[in-house]
Design a protein around this ligand. Sequence first.
Ligand code: NAI
Ligand code: MG
Length: 478
Amino acid sequence: MNFEYAAAPESRSVVKIDPVYGHFINGKWVNGSSHFNSINPATEEVLSQIALGTAADVDAAVKAARNAFDKSWSKLSGRERGKYLYRIARIMQERAREFAVLETLDNGKPIRESRDVDVPLSAAHFFYHAGWADKLEYAGVDTTTAPHGVVGQIIPWNFPLLMLAWKVAPALATGNTVVLKPAETTSLTALLFAQVCQQAGLPDGVVNIVTGDGSTGSAIVNHPGIDKIAFTGSTEVGKLIARALAPTNKSLTLELGGKGANIVFGDAAIDETVEGIVNGIFFNQGHVCCAGSRLILQESIADEVLEKLKRRMDKIRVGDPLDKNTDLGAINSAEQLAKIRELTAAGEAEGAGRWSANCELPTNGFWFAPTIFTGVTQAHRIAREEIFGPVLSVLTFRTPAEAIEKANNTPFGLSAGIWSEKGSNILWATQQLRAGVIWANTFNKFDPASPFGGYKESGWGREGGRHGLSAYLKGSAK
Ligand code: NAI
Ligand code: MG
């Protein structure tokens, strides 16, 4: 018998999207001078018009943030700051469905993920940091230090609300004020968050949101009134920012790209591992900096794992992100789709074997079928470069030492996974791997209490946990 799924679309009536948005500066909405479209990548429907922030808009936001820092925010006790953070967290929970539907519309990710991962984790980040605001002296950070002052924060499009939460919650908990720029394709949940700040009665100017593109981001980075920059995005832009800040006194944290190794030892529990591999690379369409994008399989079990993996991939439901049954949504933009196509074409041209799941892709919007490449060597571009899409490169190994060598053979060092039944194997491998986050017999697990960040070209500093707090205090960390 063959059971078919009936369509189960989430209603979008819960969200109200304005036709045009301005910037959120000093607690008020300020009109933009020019605008660009934000579209739904699953349909190419224009959702709204977003203001392109200019240097003057950034300047107004930095002044508002400075004023708020001097006059209100830095004067509050940690306990008072914490109250605002708790309030924000609770409002996010109350408006969770609105946030989830809006995120899915603007980003293309499945509602199952925005509803069950992005939004609850965002609220959790605010709750977690609300708790720290009046307990910083117990956090193990240097409490003789002060907040930086005005922090510029630039975030990407893969987890729009969650990256905002990762940035804004620790900044406010430690007493900084913020000028944040969302990514150009996914500004809408940041603009809804601005409404939450108003609803929470947050003092004017503590959080300012300026929308725009790379030029707006660059104006934030280079503004002399900014004390610290926190950036998440591509390694290429991260390097530009590091260069721009090198001759200044500004502090900097960077969360950049990755090419995570997911290592499967011969003794791993195969069925669980297959689920973990799927979660590692197909979660959020593979638009994940810590994705397990290189599968490193012990030769003895490679055939069995690949056969089961392909069977599982044929069951991945690709399509309408608002459908509650959907596993894999739309690629975030035409540009990202072009990049995925370019790299997968290079994989074929360089001789790797391509296999894609048998699924029907919608005609409108940006889509890419879940794909794996076998016979990948370390020299192939698809083994070295971040594809940032639902594409897995498979390599094999014979000895554990070979697995580690291959896993570490990358300019990145953000994440890794190990699948093995043997604790000693896991402990040994974690000591050899150069990755900021290592999961054992699981993948893509996140918690606000756990620091996150990378080695090498994956970035500087840590976000989350006690380590993440110190990045927002002067002198505690660069
Ligand atoms: P991007 O790094 O250009 O964009 C990230 C953010 O930086 C956006 O808000 C953007 O407006 C801003 N930005 C761009 N240029 C800037 C500049 N010169 N100064 C300051 N801010 C600037 O990333 P993009 O172009 O969207 O994606 C390109 C590739 O980067 C992806 O294919 C993926 O491989 C990687 N990427 C990695 C992310 C991660 O979380 N590790 C997130 C986004 C992209
Ligand atoms: Mg969009």
